[in-house]
Structures are given as structure tokens and as C-alpha cells.
Design a binder for this molecule. Structure first.
Ligand code: NAD
Ligand code: IPM
Ligand code: MN
Length: 342
């Protein structure tokens, strides 16, 4: 039995996760998968109730699970506030590879012919949490780059490129950050030598951000450190129709967490109009990770069909539908497809 920890999150989190959980229940009914969901509190609600965004009983449930499905959680700003929930969990389980695929979906307002996989280092860089306010006038932060984390992330990037279009681009800024990004580039070139069949290139991240819009077809796998990966992910999401469609997996050697790329979207929270596709496609990535590629394919097909039919899509896709409308359509397409096969 797979034990899946579910974090509904806050803002639009409960909406997109509830829609996804209903889809998971429908899939369990149809395919009889051994998946059991265990809900836990994390995020703004937990912070208000317990004074921390990830209380001990929630951590215990995470440690007791095989993987997690996570809705977005609001991160507090202000010096001295705790790390955000996703950053904590990535560090807790050493989920070093953040895998973010981007390709246009049916009816997405896609600007570009983009089909890229962003492989983001997920445990260090500027996300070390080591920041200091020296005085009223000065603050500094420590960015950590280790050879071992760099080696791990480049291995993942090259092995994924081998199954795709066999090209990896390192996005860096070694022209300025000579120690940290310099180490990245050195390790990248070493890994590239072990994969002569993969074309390895590197680019300054600012220039890459520009070329990603003008020549998206130039890229296949983009590998990069934590903060650059965060920023170019949202850019890539915009190119394929918006954050409501972008899914991700945080992978470690033993544990994994799946979550949409987007955040808690306070501007639309509570209206029931958030797009649940990113959360559903994150569950699809979980199914692949668990070893159920046919079920993952069935879910992806039901989502694509729903978007192609285009009835009652959410406002981010130009419609006037609700989160629930997408959920109902995806479930009925899953059932219809099974009926057609049977
Ligand atoms: P955001 O991703 O929440 O929102 C950016 C824009 O995209 C907003 O206009 C929003 O309405 C839109 N959007 C996002 N998801 C959508 C969806 N599913 N359907 C339709 N539109 C959608 O980014 P933000 O405003 O910078 O962040 C809000 C909060 O979320 C912050 O506290 C941030 O730290 C947090 N956050 C959490 C996660 C996470 O838990 N994994 C990820 C990103 C941001
Ligand atoms: C993401 C988010 C997180 C990050 C925030 C919420 C801490 O933006 O998963 O992309 O910066 O990693
Ligand atoms: Mn982000």
C-alpha cells in the first residue's frame, strides 16, 4: 500500500487539492490502486493554530508516508520568520531534484513552441536560510554550493536528457559569481564528458531568460541552481499558458513530494476559480514515480480531453468556469475512456 501524505495548503490550495483528491478517489475506484491518503496540516492555517507552519504531528505523518502531494502554502515574509513549508520538506528529505516539465496543453494560451524540462537544484544555493541582519544598514546571506549536490543534480539532468532530445543547458552566472557558479560549471563540464551522446551547453541565466522567449525550441533540459530555477520556472509557465498548468516533482533517493509550481494565489483565493490542472498533473507525475505509467497516461488524456472540449474552463484559460467544473469533467472523461476501452 502506498501511503500518500496530503497537504491541502492555504489560499487556493484547498480548492486545487480537493479537486485533485476527488480525481484520485475516482482513479482508485476505476483502477483499484493501492493508494491511501493521509491528510496533514501545514501552512498558514497551521501557523495560526500552532505557531509553526509544520507542526511535529505533521512531520511525523510525513515521515510515516511514502511520498507527499502538496498544495501551495503561503510563506511569511519578514526577517526571522521560519522557512516556507516546501523549502523545509525539501531539506528534511533531501529532495535534491526539482523536476518541472513545460509544454503547451490543448487550448492553453501558449505563446511558444516550448517543450523543456527544468531540473532545479533544490536544497542549497541562496535557500540555505543563512541570512543575517548585521545592523539597520546592512544584511547579508550565505549562498552554499557543494560539489556533491552539483554532481547529483547534473547526473539527474543528463540521465533525463538521454530519454528526451539529448541536450542539456546549464544556466549560470559564473561571470559574476565565480566561486559558486564557477564550481557548478566545473562539475557540469565533468559530467558532460561522461555523456558524449548528449549535447551540453551553458549560458548566462539572464541571456537564457531572453532566448527562452525568442527561441524556445532551442532548449530541451535546462539545469540550474535553486533560485535561478525558481525564477525561470515561472517564466516557462507563462510561455505555456500560465502557472495554473505547471506541475512539479521534488525527488530524493527515497522520498518524493509532488506539487504545482504555483503559490497560494491570494488574489483569486476563495472564489473557486483556480485552475486545478497543475495540481492534477503533479499527481500524474506521482503515478509515474510509483510505476503506474498507464494510469498516468489515462489521467493526462482525461485532462487533455477536458481542455480540448473547452467547456467551462477557468478564467486563466479564458473561460468562466470553476475549479469544480474541471474536476467533474476530468472524472467523467476518466470514466468514459475506461468504458470505451472496456
Ligand atoms: P502565485 O503563484 O501564488 O500567484 C501568481 C499569479 O498566478 C497570481 O496572479 C495567481 O492568481 C496566478 N495563479 C497561480 N496559480 C493559479 C491557478 N492554479 N489558477 C489560476 N491562476 C493561478 O505567486 P505569489 O503571488 O508570488 O505567491 C503567493 C504566496 O504563495 C506566497 O506566500 C508565496 O511564497 C507562496 N508560494 C508557495 C508555493 C508552494 O507552496 N509550493 C509556490 C509558490 C509560491
Ligand atoms: C516554488 C516556490 C517556493 C520556492 C517558495 C514558496 C518558497 O516559489 O516552489 O517555486 O521559492 O522554491
Ligand atoms: Mn516559485
Amino acid at each position: 500500500m502506498w501511503k500518500v501524505a496530503v497537504i491541502e495548503g492555504d489560499g487556493i490550495g484547498p480548492e486545487v487539492i480537493s479537486a485533485t483528491v476527488n480525481v484520485i478517489n475516482a482513479i482508485n475506484d476505476i483502477y483499484k490502486l493501492p493508494i491511501e491518503l493521509e491528510f496533514l496540516e501545514a501552512g498558514l492555517g497551521a501557523y495560526k493554530k500552532y505557531g509553526t507552519n509544520l507542526p511535529k504531528q505533521s512531520m511525523d505523518k510525513l515521515f510515516d508516508s511514502d511520498c507527499a502531494l502538496k498544495g501551495p502554502t503561503t510563506s511569511l515574509e519578514g526577517f526571522g520568520t521560519e522557512l516556507g513549508v516546501p523549502v523545509k520538506i525539501r531539506k528534511m528529505f533531501n529532495l535534491y531534484a526539482n523536476i518541472r516539465p513545460f509544454k503547451p496543453l490543448p487550448r492553453s494560451s501558449s505563446l511558444a513552441k516550448l517543450d523543456v524540462l527544468i531540473v532545479r537544484e533544490n536544497t542549497e544555493g541562496s535557500y540555505s536560510g543563512l541570512e543575517y541582519r548585521v545592523s539597520d544598514q546592512v544584511a547579508f546571506g550565505i549562498r552554499i554550493t557543494t560539489r556533491s549536490a552539483a554532481e547529483k543534480i547534473f547526473k539527474v539532468a543528463f540521465s533525463m536528457a538521454e530519454k528526451r532530445k539529448k541536450k542539456v543547458t546549464l544556466a549560470h552566472k559564473a561571470n559574476v559569481l565565480k566561486a559558486t557558479d564557477g564550481l557548478y560549471k566545473e562539475v557540469f563540464l565533468n559530467e558532460a564528458r561522461r555523456h558524449p551522446e548528449v549535447l551540453a551547453e551553458d549560458a548566462h541565466v539572464d541571456a537564457l531568460a531572453h532566448w527562452l522567449i525568442l527561441k524556445p525550441e532551442f532548449y530541451d533540459v535546462i539545469v540550474t541552481e535553486n533560485l535561478y530555477g525558481d525564477i525561470i520556472s515561472d517564466e516557462a509557465a507563462a510561455l505555456v499558458g500560465g502557472l495554473g498548468l505547471a506541475a512539479s516533482a521534488n525527488l530524493g533517493d527515497k522520498y518524493a513530494m509532488f506539487e504545482p509550481v504555483h503559490g497560494s494565489a491570494p488574489d483569486i483565493a476563495g472564489k473557486g476559480i483556480s485552475n486545478p490542472v497543475a495540481a492534477m498533473l503533479s499527481f500524474k507525475m506521482m503515478l509515474e514515480w510509483m510505476g503506474y505509467p498507464e494510469v498516468a497516461w489515462a489521467l493526462e488524456s482525461a485532462i487533455n480531453q477536458t481542455l480540448t472540449e473547452g467547456e467551462k474552463l477557468t478564467p486563466d484559460m479564458g473561460g468562466s468556469g470553476k475549479t469544480e467544473d474541471i474536476e467533474k469533467k476530468v472524472i467523467s472523461n476518466l470514466q468514459k475512456n475506461l468504458h470505451n476501452i472496456g
